[in-house]
Design a protein around this ligand. Sequence first.
Ligand code: PMP
Length: 328
Amino acid sequence: MARMYSKVFYNNGIIDSKDANLSIASSAVLYGLSVYTVFPVSLGDNGELLIFRLEDHYQRLINSAKIIGIDTFASEWTFKKFKKVAVNLINVNDIKRDVYVRATVHVDEELAGTKSRGLCTNLSIFIYDANPILSKKGSRLKTSVWRRIPDFAIPSRAKVNGAYVNSVLAKQDAIDSGYDDCIFLDIQGHVCELSAANIFLVRNGALITPDANSDLLEGINRSTVLQLAKEDLKMQIVQRSVDLTELYVADEVFASGTSVNIAPVLEIDARGISDGKIGPITKKLQQIHQDLRHGKYKNSRGWLTKLEIKVTCTRTLPNPPTHPLSTP
Ligand code: PMP
């Protein structure tokens, strides 16, 4: 369970979360017609707050909207304006720990029918405590009975709310079977990703991950891991289609994502991976990723947006409602 902070951005202003109400007749509610992203904000050693890869998150939001045909958002929201609003909201909520920020573009028009173009949109942003959904010590995964929605049905490249029913089905199936999360296969039976994270394997010294044409979300941490492994760990990186059984015999398997960080995988379908211990490459990447987000890594590649430390009188947040926000 994560705590949601009380101030949110909605209807072009910062308001109390209880006042942010989306119409039950909006396309967002009726058809799941919203696109979103979640980015982390981390607390550095000197009390500064650091946003990780904000512009990439903004760009993915724009791309998701474009794929779905939500055409008003990009013209209304430049990166500059988006950043200003996000930073303001973080400041207003007086954040003193690692948090996640969820920004969603809702199609907010009532009874518009099953279409996406030319409709009003509404950007909402809210903040909640960053409690990763997979353990940093290792997880057990189950291949899902549910297949990943193909690009020609609902594209995984677009982070669209309605499509997450697919993730919910697969994750719940994994939990019901006593596992921590699922592995999605595509309709040909190749490996895609987890319910809300990308997947990697290490074999014979190479880092392998399903390619971007494998019906997956192009994760921002996926590209981070690929770049770090190539440039800093000098590893061979391979993006190609992956068979499920390659995971079974891999030296190491791990997942990446905003809500999991770098999460070691120690068991898949009742088969142990890397003798049930976190592998050396996973461990290294886990540490680099953690240091990077907190401003402690030697080369942050311009990926961090540092917020000025505010001098405010300390006040305690009114106890906000607690929601089960372990959501990706
Ligand atoms: N795949 C899916 C389906 C996801 O929901 C997420 C989380 N956004 C990811 C992968 C990882 O993406 P990112 O690294 O950008 O958080």
